[in-house]
Design a protein around this ligand. Structure first.
Ligand code: SAH
Length: 473
């Protein structure tokens, strides 16, 4: 983070502006709207400055900048059209450890003015720190259209009730739950319709109702890694939860989207590393929910596809704990899409099977024979360690050695890597390219289509399946 966004209370705080033209005027307007006490120094002033002086909002000094003008000031703005003067202001202020903004000269800025979306008391500040102002502006426009105008009055209403709610409902989690209920209620609709007395009445009624503290578990699929593949519902519940219980497949970028003050508990690390036994995870979910917490059990991909979501919910049933399940984009769908491999295709595959490469508890083998037929796609989860065995069994059962295969490592993430070749090379590909987890094996004629359908990440080299090994990073 190059700059730390802070919201600064400027009411009656002394700020110096060097410059009296239109650029200085813009900054002065923003600063005055925040209540700053302005001193402006310049040889001449735009008319508005003179007006502000007459209204007692700014002190004007007719002359040139000198470092003693910095005495007692909190912030300084260098806003002249003379680079030398701006540089002198910057150096004098920096020498005194003061924060200075040099207009249109980002390297000489100790602080910057962001674009502001004002729904007071809610404020959103955006900046690209001079790198992409047009992008920042477009983002601002987008947010402006997304954020309803009634946000301001709503926040203002809620602000007036804060201490009342604090006096009535003890405990942070219970209060948060109350506010969640308010924002899901018709209070919002009333404010939107500008019926403020009615909104207030409704809020009071909600406050008079008994506050029940029932825990709940949301079993949520987080998809394969790209945060934009989250569902809206997943995001909503990640924002509502008191606690998020997650495992290693949930990418750090997705964890960034969890509510800031939610507790985070990691229960699963990469295969081989320490991970919490399933029994303990089940118990953790039960204990948290019985303690009245809203628990988001966040899982990679889809919770019901090799995700043990079913087992975890079964464990909740004897305790009558409420739950919801939110599907996610499973690794097969996500990785195949981002690798340009359609899992079925009218000309190449009539079916697709999702198979686990993990040993079954009873040691039994999957039906290799049924998987060996041509024109069907196999997607193997957790198949990396067993790649040699999978290759051997499929070849022995009659699948052609020339069948195209792709190993997709970190699918849908910026570091996605695809190694492809043929079934007879599968184990060698894994070893040679040191593929690491998480990785998915896709076996079938459709894999060859990635040559044409690739779109995400670096363009793959043209590979002739059956003849060359291709590594697509
Ligand atoms: N519930 C998950 C699967 C969990 S099993 C889902 O629906 O996707 C874990 C296996 O999923 C990993 O061993 C790997 O084979 C696969 N996997 C999950 N995310 C992946 C990713 N981003 N890239 C490649 N493989 C992934």
């Amino acid at each position: 983070m190059q700059y730390l966004p802070l919201f600064v209370k400027l009411t009656d705080k002394p700020v110096l502006i060097v410059g009296g033209g239109s650029v200085a005027l813009r900054k002065a307007g923003t600063l005055l709207s925040a209540g700053a006490k302005l001193t402006v120094v310049a040889p001449e002033f735009a008319a508005e400055f003179v007006q502000w002086q007459q209204q007692g909002q700014a002190e004007l000094i007719n002359g040139y900048f000198s470092p003693d003008l910095l005495d007692g000031k909190l912030l300084v703005i260098a806003a002249t059209d003379n680079d030398d003067v701006n540089a002198a202001v910057y150096e004098a202020a920096t020498a005194r450890n003061m924060l200075v903004n040099t207009v249109d000269d980002q390297p000489k800025c100790g602080f910057i003015f962001p674009s502001i979306i004002d729904r007071s008391p809610i404020l959103i500040a955006i900046s690209s720190f001079g790198t992409a102002p047009v992008l920042a502006r477009r983002l601002r426009e987008k947010l402006e259209t997304l954020l309803p105008q009634h946000l301001g009055p709503l926040a203002e209403l809620v602000g007036r009730f804060r201490s009342k709610v604090k006096a009535k409902i003890s405990g942070f989690a219970a209060r948060r739950q109350f506010w969640e209920k308010v924002f899901d209620s018709d209070v919002v609709r009333d404010v939107q319709a500008n019926q403020l007395p009615q909104a207030e009445q409704r809020l009071l009624q909600l406050l008079d109702q008994p506050q029940q503290q029932a825990g709940e578990v949301y079993v949520v699929g987080a998809g394969p890694g790209d945060p934009e593949l989250l569902t809206l519902k997943a995001l909503q519940l990640m924002q509502q939860a008191d606690v998020v219980v997650y495992d290693y497949l949930v990418s750090p970028q997705i964890m960034e989207l969890v509510r800031r003050d939610a507790e985070r508990i990691c229960v699963g690390k990469k295969a081989g590393d320490h991970s919490v036994p399933q029994q303990d995870t089940n118990q953790l979910l039960i204990d948290l929910a019985l303690a009245g917490k809203k628990v988001c059990r966040l899982k990679g991909g889809d919770p019901f596809i090799f995700g043990r979501g079913g087992e975890e919910i079964q464990a909740l049933l004897p305790y009558n704990i409420a739950f919801q399940v939110v599907p996610g984009v499973t690794a097969a769908a996500g990785c195949a899409a981002y690798a340009g491999i359609p899992l079925t295709h009218r000309d190449h595959a009539q079916s697709v099977q999702f198979v686990t490469g993990h040993c079954r508890p009873d040691g039994s083998e999957p039906d290799w024979h049924s998987m060996s037929k041509a024109r069907q796609t196999l997607v193997i989860y957790m198949g990396l360690i067993k790649a040699g065995h999978i290759q051997q069994q499929l070849l022995a059962a009659g699948r052609s050695g020339d069948t195209p295969v792709a190993i997709i490592e970190n699918g849908t993430r910026p570091e996605q890597r695809i190694v492809s070749g043929t079934l007879q090379q599968l184990a060698d590909l894994v070893a040679q390219h040191q593929v690491s987890s998480p990785a998915l094996l896709v076996i079938g004629e459709v894999v060859a289509l990635q040559q044409d359908l690739h779109w995400f990440g670096q363009k793959p080299q043209a590979a002739v399946f059956g003849q060359t090994l291709t590594r697509m990073a």
